[in-house]
Design a protein around this ligand. Sequence first.
Ligand code: HEM
Length: 397
Amino acid sequence: MTTDFDVGASWHVAAPYDFLRTLRRERPVFHSEHLGAYVLTRYEDVRAAYGDPARFSSQGSLTISRSLAAETTRVLGEHGSFLSSFMANVDPPVHTRLRRSVSRAFTPRAVIALERRFRALNEEVLDRVLPDGRADLVAEIAHLPSVRLSAGFIGLPESDEGFVKDHVKNWFQLFLSPQPEERQLELAHSFLEYLAYVDDLVASRRADPRDDFTSLMAGHIGGELSHREVVELISTILLGGNDTVPNQLGNSVLRLLREDGWPVPPGRIQNAVEECMRIDGASLGSFRYATTDIELHGVTIPAGALCLLATDSAAHDETVFPDPERFDIDRPNADAHLTLGYGVHFCVGAALGRLQLRTALDVLGSRLPGLRLAPGRPVEYRRSIVGRGLTALHVEW
Ligand code: HEM
């Protein structure tokens, strides 16, 4: 087989499933030259690796800086190691300590309390675009409610939302999609500006706490958390809310429209969300480092090697999801996907993400029951190693 992972190729970002199926069958541990990583493609192996942080370490796993030019790395300085103290980038016991503080803020009660606000934010956006009869769902509908919700949760002033949105997008591009050197430098400067902004926000909430997540975390500085840990946490949570949920919503609406599944009956939305996350997950997988030589299916993954746990492939594994390319909002085990991870690093925002997806589909379905794809507008995906999202989704009603 000569085909490799290639986020530069349209077939790969849109529908790599034939390729992944062949890998699962013939080379379940695949060394990708393009990624410089061993790729695990079977569900069982992906889940086992997530569940084994001692052998599949998260330490430094978000550090995609090897793809950065020397000058970019110099400009980034100590931040070139990309979030060295962010919770998804460390192992237990450090991870256990960080996760404890964060989990306290994401209680089911705290999450449910955000539903009303999120519903209202969706209604507001629709009130604005409804008279137009058409929109780019990604840019004009999906992003704003999630960005506003996480901004409010974190305690970001409304006037700074635009700044954060642009900078988070740049940051994502810098670390997760290949860029020419000149663009890398621009993005690196934007990233440093963003970190300085969050640094100030944390310092000001520490001095003068309010009723928000940043104040809650800043309250742990000097005790359970360090200042840098809180800065990295806040900057990343903003990314979690700003990008993954709208991406997942765009993928989900596209799927539902293509499959004549619109609008989803309210009683079936919960499972539909899971099936959308399974079949068109916004996250394609997670990176880990092998801490020791690992023998798997006749391949030795050498100690120190980078591994990609390909949840996108796991979600299409026919041994777990029969007839995996068939979209079925009533699939009984749809929620067994690993799109939100698994094990100690399982997405801490999972309940919040799911709540947003359910609420958005509910509001969109009831306000725009006649939603359809705008004819003649091609569907394009963003080019990224770890995330799947549309650059635009042109719809009419
Ligand atoms: C549909 C939307 C989302 C998807 C697909 C998603 C996906 C993921 C995945 C795959 C992981 C595991 C990473 C790993 O094991 O290396 C993860 C972890 C994480 N997610 Fe999400 N996420 C979503 C929404 C959110 C939201 C809304 C937030 C914040 C409010 C968030 C915050 C986090 C954090 C902080 C972690 C790190 C947890 C840890 O390391 O213990 N995510 N997410």
